[in-house]
Write a protein that binds this ligand. Structure first.
Ligand SMILES: [Zn+2]
Ligand SMILES: [Zn+2]
Length: 258
């Protein structure tokens, strides 16, 4: 699914190594050129405020800065809810990297049950009772008969969860936060024969990323953040697939249907 620029209102930056935020300058400038007016929310570490000159955004964006940026600080010590509305909840959780770093999970909340249209007609269910039935209520008819919810509704489509783990050492403490992700992105900077290099630089190997996917019950794993020493993704993918078959290599415009 492609999302129009104008609908991007929340941006999550895991940590302040340049490869993870340099793209912001171009993006924020493009928003301005496109005449953005909506506030933008960025979730990252407080130092980003100085980097982007948020106290005086006109330094970077000129007099025509047309929208406000809100920086929400991340906590690298414990998991936090960053955003929540009726349908979605977004958590951060600590990663183990050379500088403070957080992973993110984006989860749909449980959806209401689906009320069968034929039952609305059959029992002439009034509008004011329908919301309650969608949340599990039974229906009481005027003569006192109870129609159980299971006869009125179908299961809703399953709620989806996407988790992002970048950058980190192999780190089992993230597993409770990313449990049962429909899609897990995990960094896989090196092949496992470079394990000592991975440890030195606080990164993960393709094999370890696959272990995290397997141990956390992910349905699909996307690996990325590959070291430039690898000319293509073939070996990294092969290594991960020895542990977790549903592995894909991240590439531009890669899309999945859930
Ligand atoms: Zn990093
Ligand atoms: Zn990085």
């Amino acid at each position: 699914m492609s999302i129009p620029f104008s609908r991007i209102n929340h941006i999550f930056i895991s940590h302040l190594h340049g490869d993870h935020f340099f793209g912001l300058f171009g993006l924020l400038t493009s928003f301005n050129l496109l005449n953005r007016k909506n506030d933008l929310h960025i979730y990252s570490f407080p130092e980003l405020s100085d980097i982007l000159q948020l106290n005086n955004p006109k330094m970077i964006f000129g007099e025509s800065m047309g929208y406000k940026i809100h920086l929400h600080p991340l906590n690298a010590e414990k998991s936090e809810v960053l955003f929540e509305n009726k349908s979605t909840i977004i958590h951060s959780f600590p990663m183990r990297h050379r500088i403070p770093c957080c992973g993110f999970s984006f989860a749909e909340k449980d959806k209401p049950r689906k009320l069968r249209p034929a039952k609305i007609v059959q029992y002439d269910i009034p509008t004011y009772k329908r919301a309650g039935i969608k949340y599990g209520n039974d229906l009481e008819l005027e003569d006192g008969t109870i129609i159980p919810n299971a006869q009125l509704t179908d299961d809703p489509p399953p709620s989806k969860k996407i988790s992002i783990c970048s950058d980190t050492l192999y780190n089992k403490t993230v597993i409770p936060y990313i449990l049962n992700s429909d899609l897990l992105f995990h960094e896989a900077t090196f092949l496992h024969d470079k394990l000592s290099r991975a440890r030195e630089t606080c990164h993960t190997t393709a094999l370890q990323a696959a272990m995290v996917a397997q141990e956390s019950g992910a349905k699909k794993l996307v690996i990325g953040h590959f070291s430039v020493r690898y000319k293509d993704t073939r070996e990294l993918l092969e290594e991960a697939k020895t542990v977790f078959a549903e592995t894909y290599a991240a590439e531009d415009m890669l899309t999945f249907n859930f």
